[in-house]
Design a protein around this ligand. Sequence first.
Ligand code: C2E
Ligand code: CA
Ligand code: CA
Ligand code: CA
Length: 278
Amino acid sequence: EAGRDTLRYYTPDMNTQAMERLTLERDLRRALQDDPTQLVLYYQPQLDADTGRCIGCEALVRWRHPLRGLMLPGEFISLAERSGLIVELGRWVLAEACAEQARWAAAGLLLPVSVNLSPVQLERSDLTPYVRGLVQRYQIAPGMLELELTEGALMSEDARHLEVFNALMQLGCRFALDDFGTGYSSLSRLKRFPISRLKIDQAFVSTLPGSGDDEAVVRATLSMARDMGMDVVAEGVETDGQHHCLLAMGCTQMQGYRFARPMPAAELYHFVARLPQA
Ligand code: C2E
Ligand code: CA
Ligand code: CA
Ligand code: CA
């Protein structure tokens, strides 16, 4: 089943793993249906390192599993994608992020929020009406909701995808290309989509300074983005060295542990309040 020329050993462990997956899937379905308070969004700030200001934040989902404790998306997103639960989970994430943004706005904080979109969500024809409903209900201003997509979502030949992007853009959504550099999108393809920001993957940031190759990738990305009128944010910035190397190359937007880890909404509010204001 794994394909030709593939030999896999069967171990009793595999049964246990399959059972675990099923249990987890059942638990996630129950959480979504009966107890969404098990789900929580953390927010990681994105800073402009030139000014020290917070320019936005990324919503990252966590699951407070009743038995397993706080689970990271790495432990359940792919399961959600395979089971189709990602559609419901993705809706919950979108709604919660918009609701939180409205709460911040009511408290005087206007902050763009970025939400990760799974390609599976794009396949659903009801994504646009769903987002339209949220934008209206929470009075989301244009440019305040950014949707993050990976290159895979742009690889489809389906012309309907482009329509979905354009419809969402009409609603005021912006698009960011996540994990940039790890896939291989042709630049011509990139040009067809209304993307306003590239997120340089952590893989290219972690070796800075010192890696000539990765510096070259960052420089090339910056210059291409400039030509195409896109912003660039570097992800996974952990050290002073990375921070200053990026600044020297002209990349000012940054996200990473160097500045802050993902945190609950109330903490983010206080984090931003302590920063220099516009
Ligand atoms: P991502 O979109 O690339 O998000 C960035 C990940 O890097 C987050 O992991 C974040 O906590 C982590 N990170 C941020 N700064 C640093 C740093 O300086 N160093 C290191 N080592 N890591 C850093 P997280 O929260 O575990 O999320 C993992 C992935 O799960 C995300 O990667 C995203 O692809 C996916 N994901 C998270 N939330 C959602 C969601 O609501 N929907 C969907 N479809 N996917 C999500
Ligand atoms: Ca992301
Ligand atoms: Ca990323
Ligand atoms: Ca990633």
